[in-house]
Design a protein around this ligand. Sequence first.
Ligand SMILES: Cc1ncc(COP(=O)(O)O)c(C=O)c1O
Length: 421
Amino acid sequence: MSTVNSIALPFVTASMLDVERIRKDFPLLSTLVNGHPLVYLDNAATSQKPQVVIDALSDYYQEYNSNIHRGVHYLSQKATDAYEESRLRIQKFLNAERPQEIIFVRGTTEAINLVAQTLGRTSVGPGDEILVTALEHHANIVPWQMVCEEKRAVLKVVPMNDEGELDLNEFQRLLNTRTKIVAITHVSNALGTINPVNQMTQLAHRHGIPVLIDGAQAVPHMRVDVQELDCDFYAFSGHKMFGPTGIGVLYGKRKRLESMPPYQGGGDMIKSVSFEKTVYNDLPYKFEAGTPNIAGGIALGVAVDYLNGMDIHAIQSHEHDLLEYATEKCAAVPGVRIVGRAKDKASVVSFVMDHVHPHDIGTILDADGIAIRTGHHCAQPIMTRLGIPATARASFAFYNTQDEVDVLVRGLHKVNEVFGV
Ligand SMILES: Cc1ncc(COP(=O)(O)O)c(C=O)c1O
């Protein structure tokens, strides 16, 4: 049995990734699509999973499936230990001060909704403001709009320039005594922009405003230290960082979490219940009502171990090379225009092509086994700001190669041929 204590870690050299070796850890990367080797460039939507993560899921169901936290029997204790051990791994991964600050949720969307429905609903009143940025995913817009609607508050937006970079002067100008929450994305899923969340958090804190960071697109690409960031909340999804779907994390500072009401009511989030009065459980369980995604939580810990086994500098350098190479090669294809040219970018290349709708680009590439994403990427306000309905987006992970970029570029030439350009 490959328990969570004995997983194989990917081989890395001092500063270079052995990408071919790493690819062998991901079974789906060697599949064929439409008779072609899969070129998977849709990592911002979800990443592929290493075998150790897949094994952790099936090991749980095959070998110790049991409900956690309430059983005295062997299986329940084993599952509880594995689940709680995973929480500790995630605590270390984020450098959170305490395991109680790690709340398991379904994903980034649920994490943000949790904060909106608890802190948001209790601290925001009529005329107050919630500050987001022009670069947000819908998951970091709509939950705040819902709070604003209910509380008659106002959603304010930090604008961006044509390159996809936030206007920090405007951010500072927008912070005021009415601002109750700042909610910002660490990395834009649509354009790849890396925001200066450290600086933004400091600025917001000067006004005593709590900051939530949407880290969905950051954790697969960089080490995140929540104490260094000093953010009040940090949200991410397991499935974008080589873990399973249906599991994610909300980090929250203990003091903040303690002062917030529970999100959902039910089992596990209580100490005692009577019809007259319920006493809520301590952190983190206060925010974890009901039977959680046990297998997912355990396997997320394995994904964290997998990432920890790699040299983050080697990952960043490899992904940076891929970004530069892909940007240059794609931009050289006639009719292609890169969308989002921020100075600080993660490995996301969004683009449009003259006379070709992004959906057609995606369909033609798919015929050759190339998986990219097309559409508004759940970030419609970005598209509106840039005056385009959609983009095609190639997003890279550490297991992607320059050869795959070459296949993509050949595919884009083929798109031009099909459209007679
Ligand atoms: C920046 C960002 N935030 C939030 C989300 C929502 O994540 P999930 O659907 O896993 O909850 C995504 C997903 O694409 C994202 O890219």
